[in-house]
Write a protein that binds this ligand. Structure first.
Ligand code: HAM
Length: 430
């Protein structure tokens, strides 16, 4: 006797895209590729699995991602610690170093694909999600930071999305952050009495995070805390001003958010996030910034870089609120047939249609004409072709317009010689 097999479901926080929705993903990816090509970005594909140390070093040991969100495991065959990428940047930089991509010129590159973080799933927050990752490697000026931000604004516009807002900040350079950190810790020490348990715990390990508190009793202390911006030197300030001027030139509005803390340690100078209030708690659609030290940190010749990533599930959710899904037809021509000979003839005719670039589906199996027509209709096809004994005997197929033509019966069904069918249909759909 066979044992009942308990149903296997998807892993929590990891989603299936079903056929209708899959078409929508493709539509988004298509728009994204056109947009990226418009700025000269070229596609790269890096492995999902990387050595764990790439991320611990690249993203930073004391970050939520590295401390508690990575899918890491030991390869049982050789004992190596591997991690499923929680983001693209570290892997893109590794590949650029490994293949000497920056040898003779900077590179504008992008990647699209799944990334993995063990977070608590909720709307807009998943354990497998997808990013559109865009990186400008080897370029240092504020012009490129601004270009990336303006570029994101263009994508929102292309998708008809209006309610996303830009927040920017400058994290300055390492020494500036260190000076700020010391002042911040002194401030926290002086206000120890208002710190809650989390605040006390993080005060020395991650003092910036303490300011991110929702605790009302700590707001006044947080508001009065020294601002990183005030610790920036002339060069950092000039870079930031350069970015802002170019955003002004392009008419992209922004809000300076001096408390923006990105979740990855590699950033310096410009950081930014595009946020919306249309996605519930997970408000950030896109985040990025400059990471001039990462290439060197990962063993490359020092080179500046800047980039961002868009969360595709969040973008899909948002896009759906502006541009509802329109079902995509499965094919242009649907063959309805009766009998073995007609079915085989339909298969050959359908191949002929595909040769000339017209998509076609031949009804699979048998079934009454009525049920086959029903299926033809739900497929979204523009045209149904009918092949039965009568049609084969007379060498003439019936062609029925299902959509997009005057619906008077006389016009909507026509007799077409089978040997001219492919040409006839090709002209009809073009
Ligand atoms: P990030 O801010 O960690 O940056 O992620 C980028 C975007 O991915 C977020 O703004 C959000 O839209 C989406 N996202 C993050 N976590 C989740 C999740 N659990 N579920 C669904 N969507 C999520 C980075 O990953 C950097 N590598 C960006 C970058 C590229 N910086 C420079 N270059």
């Amino acid at each position: 006797m066979t044992q009942a097999f308990s149903k296997v479901t998807a892993i929590r926080g990891m989603n299936d895209a079903l056929p209708g929705n899959g078409a929508r993903w493709e539509q988004l990816e298509e728009a994204v590729r056109v947009w990226l090509a418009g700025y000269g970005y070229r596609n790269m594909r890096t492995p999902i699995l990387e050595h764990t140390r790439l991320f611990t070093r690249g993203i930073g040991e004391v970050t939520d991602i590295v401390e508690k969100e990575m899918y890491s495991f030991t390869d049982s065959l050789n004992g190596e610690s591997l991690t499923m990428r929680p983001e693209f940047t570290a892997g893109m930089v590794r590949a650029a170093i490994e293949h000497n991509l920056l040898y003779d010129r900077p590179q504008r590159v992008y990647a699209i694909g799944p990334v993995f973080r063990h977070e608590r799933p909720q709307r807009g927050r998943y354990r497998q999600f997808h990013q559109i990752d865009v990186e400008a490697l080897g370029l240092s000026g504020p012009d490129i930071d601004a270009e990336l931000i303006i570029m994101a604004a263009r994508l929102w516009k292309a998708l008809g999305i209006t309610d996303v807002h830009l927040e920017i900040n400058s994290l300055g350079q390492g020494e500036e952050r260190a000076a700020h950190r010391a002042a911040l810790i002194a401030h926290l020490e002086a206000h120890k009495d208002v710190l809650d348990e989390d605040g006390l715990r993080r005060m020395y390990t991650n003092p910036l995070r303490v300011l991110d508190t929702k605790n009302p009793a700590m707001q006044a202390m947080a508001d009065a805390a020294p601002k990183l911006f005030d610790f920036l030197g002339d060069v950092s300030r000039a870079h930031f001003a350069g970015v802002c001027e170019r955003l002004d030139d392009a008419g992209v509005s922004y809000r300076l958010n001096p408390r923006m803390v990105r979740g990855l340690d590699y950033y310096n100078l410009t950081v930014f996030e595009w946020v919306t209030d249309k996605l519930g708690a997970q408000a950030t659609v896109c985040g990025g910034g400059r990471y001039d030290g990462l290439i060197e940190l990962l063993g490359g010749k020092p080179a500046p870089a800047v980039g961002f990533a868009i969360g595709m599930e969040r973008l899909m959710d948002l896009w759906g609120q502006y541009q509802p899904e329109t079902p995509k037809p499965e094919c242009t021509v649907y063959f309805v047939h009766q009998g073995d000979v007609a079915q085989r003839r339909a298969a050959i005719l359908a191949e002929g249609l595909r040769d000339v670039g017209v998509s076609a589906v031949v009804h699979a199996g048998s079934g009454s004409f009525k049920s086959q027509f029903k299926r033809a209709d739900t497929s979204g096809a523009q045209i149904a072709v009918i092949l039965g004994d009568d049609e084969l005997a007379s060498g003439v197929a019936s062609v029925k317009m299902l959509r997009g033509e005057p619906s008077s019966d006389a016009l909507s069904q026509q007799q077409v010689p089978i040997d001219q069918l492919v040409t006839f249909l090709k002209d009809k759909v073009n």
